[in-house]
Ligand binder design. Structure first.
Ligand SMILES: Nc1nc2c(ncn2[C@@H]2O[C@H](COP(=O)(O)OP(=O)(O)OP(=O)(O)O)[C@@H](O)[C@H]2O)c(=O)[nH]1
Ligand SMILES: [Mg+2]
Length: 266
């Protein structure tokens, strides 16, 4: 199937060449779209020169750093307009191994036609390399909280290494995406699940970034936490409202039956 790998970048000049080479070697049939938010370190120009030399590589330049979510959404709408059938997400920082990308794409092409394949750190066989206990606890704890609140039944809902079927993305209202940072991955997982999409996870090995700085901040975590809590509360609210309606109907039914019996016995 015609696949594109969307790689968002902000100041990844030391990592991007390795990521591009790795993807071109592992999945030579796939195209790549780099979405750069005007990185001050020149990542965008480096991507341009790679695109000039290789027709499989494309670049989308955005004016300013605006978060992972908006960068991916811009990449998705470009990819959908170009007619790709599979749209992959991958970080530029060396955390996602190209050989795992090949497995994700293979899984997406299998006969059970998944709408979303997630490269998961937290299914059997998945792993993280170079993470201390704090990062592991944050990711595992975050996923436990997400499952408790949203019931997505996905072990790694924050994972940023994934493949979407383009038709599944077309069914979603991408205008409803609220999250910019980490929460973007959870938001997308939630939208796919709510649309009845089929989500599968396969194990990957996640490595700590090779060079450069993480863009992960306390603000991004707070945004994710606040959104997951809001979605969870509104889901519980809808469930409670549904329960109240059906309880009301049962009471009304019992009352009507009692009245009918009363009338008959008169
Ligand atoms: N275009 C764009 N890319 C971004 C932005 N924020 C992060 N990225 C890219 O998104 C990918 C993931 O970001 P990271 O900073 O590695 O965040 P992370 O992987 O959650 O955090 P670490 O585990 O610390 O690496 C990388 O390729 C970043 O360069 C942004 O605002 N705009
Ligand atoms: Mg990273």
């Amino acid at each position: 199937m015609k696949a594109v790998v969307v790689i968002p970048t902000y100041n990844e000049i030391d990592n991007l060449p390795g990521a591009l080479d790795g993807v071109r070697d592992a999945v030579p049939q796939a195209d790549i779209l780099v979405v750069d938010d005007n990185s001050p370190d020149g990542t965008g120009s480096l991507a341009d020169s790679r695109a000039l030399a290789d027709t499989h590589i494309h670049v989308l330049h955005r004016e300013e750093k605006n978060g992972l979510g908006p960068a991916y959404l811009a990449g998705f709408s470009w990819a959908l307009a170009q007619g790709y059938e599979l749209i992959c997400e991958m970080d530029a920082d060396g955390s996602h191994r190209p050989q795992d990308l090949a497995l994700l794409i293979q899984r997406a092409e299998m006969a059970d036609v998944p709408d979303l394949v997630i490269g998961s750190r937290w299914v059997s066989g998945g792993a993280t390399v170079g993470w201390d206990g704090r990062r592991v606890a944050l990711s595992r704890g975050g996923n436990l909280y997400i499952n408790a609140m949203l019931g997505l039944r996905v072990r790694d809902a924050t994972a940023g290494f994934r493949v979407y079927r383009a038709d599944a993305l077309r069914r979603l209202n991408l205008g409803a995406v609220e999250a910019h940072g980490y929460g973007f991955q959870v938001n997308m997982t939630k939208l796919v699940a709510e649309s009845g999409g089929r989500i599968v996870e396969i194990p990957i090995t996640f490595r700590e970034r090779e060079a450069g700085q993480s863009k992960l901040s306390g603000g991004i975590f707070s945004e994710e936490l606040a959104l997951v809590t809001k979605w969870g509360v509104s889901k519980r609210g809808t469930q409670l409202a549904g329960l109240a309606v059906s309880a009301g109907e049962q009471v009304r039914g019992t009352y009507r039956r009692a009245r009918t019996r009363q009338k008959r016995s008169r």
